[in-house]
Design a protein around this ligand. Structure first.
Ligand code: 9D3
Length: 244
């Protein structure tokens, strides 16, 4: 997969490029990330990429011209144009399911903005998929773009070490994780639950499923009623558990 990022802060992406799974996927040749600085496409002496909103109001708006020109050059670099994605607080919520769909694509083009927003003609003419990563206010689209890169990269075939992990991740949205323990058996008087030491695999499975259900009901009851849940499949995760 090739991921292009159009941004005013390409240097902000150094961190994600250099660590863990994204870095490993790049080394393995599964992923190529190409950063483009929108400001390189500015045309005036001030290298402007934003301007005042028509009709007045606070803040500045990202101009069409630098983004259109940057995108045109980026798209021309490959035969495959790729899926255009605009990061905005008004976008469709990014989910694990969507990450799975994006991971099938050959090429993604992420456009991260700053300021109060984009000139509406960027939406009208470029018809991007518009994504938000959640209902909180960030300073720009760079962190959302990194979130998408990270979530999608994990789903590229061969990116994760062992193959069972991907299967388990696809169920991540249906039930919360059960409690996990590692050595020692007693730490500051806190004991590991007896069932986990018993070696009785059927009981361990039952306990984990029950714990996961209780925890989900307590903390995220919305997950238990959501239509996209594959609870059957999640249960099969417990029936054939290779997690620990
Ligand atoms: C005052 C109205 N604000 C819109 C809710 C203005 C505004 C706030 C923050 C405009 C842009 C931004 C910068 N945020 C993003 O670019 C962004 C974002 C986010 O803030 N939260 C969650 N997902 C995303 S994706 C892009």
């Amino acid at each position: 997969m090739r991921i292009d990022v159009l941004t005013l802060f390409p240097e902000a992406f150094e961190s994600i490029l250099k660590v863990s799974i994204v870095q490993r996927a790049r080394q393995k040749g599964l992923l190529r990330i190409v950063l483009s600085n929108i400001r390189d496409f500015a045309r005036d002496n001030y290298r402007s990429v934003d301007d005042k909103p028509y009709g007045g109001g606070p803040g500045m708006v990202m101009m069409c011209q630098p983004i259109f020109d940057c995108l045109e050059q980026v798209e021309a670099a490959e035969a495959t144009k790729g899926r255009r994605i605009l990061l905005t607080p008004q976008g469709q919520p990014f989910t694990q399911e969507l990450a799975g769909e994006l991971a099938q694509d050959e090429r993604l083009i992420l456009i991260a903005g700053r300021y109060e927003g984009f000139d509406e003609r960027i939406r009208i003419a470029l018809k991007p998929l518009e994504l938000s990563i959640g209902d909180y206010v960030l300073s720009g689209g760079e962190i959302p773009a990194m979130v998408i890169i990270d979530a999608v990269t994990r789903l590229l075939p061969g990116a994760l070490g062992d193959e069972t992990s991907i299967e388990q991740e696809s169920f991540a949205a249906s039930l919360l994780e059960y409690p996990q323990y590692t050595r020692p058996e007693v730490f500051r008087d806190l004991r590991v639950p007896e069932v986990l030491l018993s070696g009785h695999h059927a009981n361990i499975r039952d306990w984990r499923l029950q714990q996961a259900r209780e925890r989900t009901a307590q903390r995220r009851p919305d997950l238990l009623t959501a239509p996209s849940n594959s609870k059957q499949e999640k249960q099969s995760d417990f029936q054939d558990n290779r997690k620990s």
